[in-house]
Design a protein around this ligand. Structure first.
Ligand code: NAG
Ligand code: NAG
Ligand code: NAG
Length: 771
């Protein structure tokens, strides 16, 4: 080693020191800039609306159109820097968007489980807590100059078809689950201050976007034919909840068309629904590059100027992509669009930037200005990533019960399978750089001596070359854990699945290892979408099956904690696990949710499909046993009508009252449920409350729907009372063929675990209401 530094080395070192200590300079309204200090848009004491108006009044049309795109240009004349709007934080700060860069100062961020796993926890406080941690890390990286403040997460499209490659990013197939996830994760990210945003979240992709590339059809060309009924009672629900309950600062429109109109050019969807009905306080952004896609790929308009004009007039405020920056000025010149329309878009984007504090001068003066490198990947954050994985893992099968394993009995464990040493596979897509990984082999190694064999080279498992050593390992070990499943080569953005079975020779490996193993064989699956593992479910030699989803950076530790019982599983499947044959009955392109028995169309999701399943939505076992009893519940509830209308109950339309005709405000049903842990271990119970509407509503009805869920910890032999509040208009209504939400009168049945109960809904004054 040399003891003297060359001048070049010293120079580089100084550069590095300067670089790593650099904090972000103000985006605008730099206190050192005497020119802008006195301008109204920089005055923190003024109302945001006033500041935005002032700023827009100072901008030229040329400057304005360059602010309509994700890489918004600087306006040096007004002391405004350029801004990259595109950041992602689906389950941790991700570098998928160009605004986020990991560097020496910020080498990584906490990588939480993929959303489908986190959803399986059915724990809304967990979702909010994750959002809080992610936004701490995002703010810290923003302060360090290496991330943005506008995050295009979460993805709350309904996981409609089990083949969808991006289903892993979503909270699953149920609208209420997805909407609750959306609202709570968004609250965690944005904070709850009325006029100040910690970061700005975005619910995407609006709407009916859930096909990437299937059988020759891709998302850039797909025209989703969706009924008004399905829009209202399935596809819109999570977005509506995200906007009205989560107060999200942004909604993203999708690539696909809905009923012949590109979503980013549809004023009914954007202006009328999202901004009008739901009252979005924020901006609407296109998917990247949706406007270009509907012009170039879908040929929706004859000229690019018309495409730009259509998008902005429909309610689009920001284009991810260059299209609007290039064509908007000409669109105005041609009279297709007015400058006032452009101003309308800027009001929405600039208001969000103001709420983020970007026009408030020094970032260090901001309430989150103190966050820095020490706040990223900190132990408490990494611990929450581990906890989230423990809460999300689902125990599908446990005969005996053989699980949990014991370090005394199972001293040697054969750990086999292509995902046994998974690292990036565990974080799924839209991930960042993890702080560090605990893979399943390492996790299990904390409890037992391990013997490791891959068995298959990778998840495709094209041949049986590595089977021999895997089978041998299982012959000798006290227990065998097979870590199998999928990864991004099988399901991903732009990659929909072609089947639901484990890929290649994986089933063969599992069966052969199970037949040979000396001790109990446990199958652990990593996947986003459901897997048809009927062969393993029916194989008596496979005594345990766990679904881990994509469990995040600490996934291997969580899997081991569950296998060895230091954590008691409480996760439930957020999607239906269909058998392979299901796929032959419906093309991915058919959007219909409801079954058409006469046409052999089976319907989609547990709400409308009642055919055979591998495991149903909501399935999940624990190491203890919970018993429910209903402590109190009403049997009759009257629905007060607002106004003076004749309710002719002999007519089916009148047997279901329009939600807009009912006094919905405080109209709810409260069920008091006692949950008793009759087992010998402490455990966490996921209470799922389903309801089914009265019979006789034909095409309006659904099999059942989730109306409430609650996560409760109950110690062994303990009991816990949960009060479940069910909003009648929101949750007990059904949607008619015209897309009108109605409350069916009559017996609604509730299912809470093993308890059944009916509540009869009656119009306030049964029959004829005085006119
Ligand atoms: C109620 O509806 C039925 C069937 O639609 C109709 O025959 C009857 O006349 C209606 N009664 C009143 C009071 O409107
Ligand atoms: C049932 O009532 C609705 C609403 O009052 C009405 O539009 C419809 O025509 C009625 N249907 C029958 C069969 O009377
Ligand atoms: C839900 O998650 C939070 C955050 O991890 C945790 O504190 C809480 O105990 C969980 N709830 C239950 C009932 O397990």
């Amino acid at each position: 080693m040399s003891s003297s530094f060359s001048p070049l080395a010293i120079f580089l070192l100084l550069l590095l020191v300067r670089y790593t200590c650099e904090a972000r300079e103000p985006f605008a309204c730099d206190p050192k800039n005497g020119g802008t200090k006195k301008m109204a848009f920089c005055k923190v004491s003024l109302a945001i609306a006033e500041r935005v108006k002032d700023l827009i009044g100072r901008l030229t049309l040329e400057e304005k159109v360059r602010l309509l795109v994700n890489n918004a240009a600087a306006v040096p004349r007004l002391g405004m820097k350029g801004y990259e709007w595109w950041s992602e934080a689906l389950h941790g700060v991700s570098n998928l968007g160009p605004a986020v860069k990991f560097n020496a100062q910020f080498p990584a961020a906490t990588s939480f489980p993929q959303v489908i796993t986190t959803a399986a926890s059915f724990n809304a406080s967990l979702w909010e807590a994750i959002g809080q941690v992610v936004s701490d890390e995002a703010r810290a990286m923003y302060n360090g100059g290496t991330a943005g403040l506008t995050y295009w997460s979460p993805n709350v499209n309904i996981f409609r078809d089990p083949r969808w490659g991006r289903g892993q990013e979503t909270p699953g197939e149920d609208p209420v689950l997805a909407g609750t996830y959306a609202a709570t994760y968004v609250r965690g990210l944005q904070g709850t201050h009325a006029n100040r945003l910690k970061v700005a979240a975005c619910c995407k992709h609006f709407t009916a976007y859930d096909l990437d590339n299937w059988n020759g059809m891709d998302r850039f060309h797909f025209n989703a034919q969706v009924s008004k009924q399905d829009i209202e009672d399935t596809f819109d629900v999570p977005f509506k909840m995200c906007v009205s309950e989560g107060k999200v600062a942004s909604v993203m429109c999708s690539y696909n068309q809905v009923n012949g109109v590109p979503t980013c050019a549809d004023p009914n969807l954007l202006k009328k629904t999202v901004r009008g009905l739901w009252q979005l306080d924020g901006y609407i952004v296109s998917d990247c590059d949706s406007v270009g896609v509907f012009y170039d790929n879908q040929h929706y308009t004859p000229t690019p100027e018309e495409a730009a004009a259509d998008a902005i007039k429909a309610g689009l405020d920001l284009d991810c992509g260059p299209f609007l920056a290039v064509h908007t000025q000409n669109a105005v010149k041609k009279g297709l669009l007015s400058e006032a329309d452009v101003n309308g878009a800027l009001v929405n984007t600039l208001t969000v930037q103001m709420r983020l504090g970007m026009f408030d001068g020094e970032p260090t003066a901001h309430p989150y200005g103190h966050l820095g490198p020490k706040d990223v990947c900190k132990p408490a954050h990494q611990e929450l990533a581990l906890e989230a994985a423990r809460q999300g893992i689902v125990l599908l099968k446990n005969t005996g019960p053989v699980l949990p394993l014991s370090s005394q009995l199972h001293r040697t464990v054969a750990v086999i399978g292509p995902n046994s040493k998974a690292t990036i596979t565990m974080i799924g897509n839209y991930a960042g750089v993890a702080c560090g990984y605990t893979n399943p082999l390492q996790g299990i190694g904390r409890y037992a001596r391990t013997v490791h064999q891959l068995g298959c080279q990778n998840v495709a498992c094209k041949n049986d070359k590595l089977f021999g050593p895997a089978i041998n390992a299982a012959r000798q070990a006290d227990a065998t854990v097979l870590v199998m499943g999928l990864d991004q080569s099988i399901e991903a953005e732009t990659v929909d699945r072609t089947g639901l079975l484990l890929p290649g020779r994986q089933p063969d490996l599992v069966s052969k290892v199970a037949a040979a193993s000396k001790g109990p064989t446990i199958l652990v699956l990593m996947s986003g979408g459901p897997v048809d593992i009927t062969f393993a479910k029916n194989n008596p030699r496979i005594v345990g099956i766990l679904w881990a989803g994509y469990p995040g950076q600490a996934g291997g530790a969580a899997i081991a904690d569950i296998l060895f019982g230091t954590a008691n599983p409480g996760g439930k499947l957020p999607v239906t696990w269909y058998p392979e044959e299901y796929l032959t009955k419906l093309p991915m392109t058919n959007m219909a949710m409801r079954a058409t028995k006469s046409a052999g169309y089976p319907g989609r999701t547990y709400r409308f499909y009642n055919g055979p399943v591998v495991y149903p939505f909501g399935h999940g076992l624990t190491y203890t046993h919970f018993v429910h009893t209903l402590a109190s519940a009403p049997t009759v509830v009257s629905v007060p009508l607002n106004g003076h209308r004749r309710a002719n109950v002999t007519n089916i339309s009148n047997r279901a009252i329009r939600v807009t005709h009912a006094r919905c405000d405080k109209l709810s049903i409260t069920l008091q449920v006692d949950i008793k842990n009759v087992g010998s271990r402490d455990g966490t119970h996921t209470l799922l409350v389903f309801s089914a509407p009265p019979a006789g509503f034909g095409h309006w009805a659904l099999e059942k729907q989730l109306v409430a869920f609650e996560k409760v910890h109950v110690p062994a032999k303990g009991q816990h009372r949960v009060g479940v509040n069910i909003h009648v208009c929101k949750l007990l209504s059904v949607v008619d063929r015209s897309g009108i939400r109605r409350i069916p009168l009559g017996e609604h049945s509730f299912n809470i675990g093993d308890v059944k109960h009916s509540v009869s809904l009656q119009a306030a004054a049964l029959g004829i209401i005085k006119s």
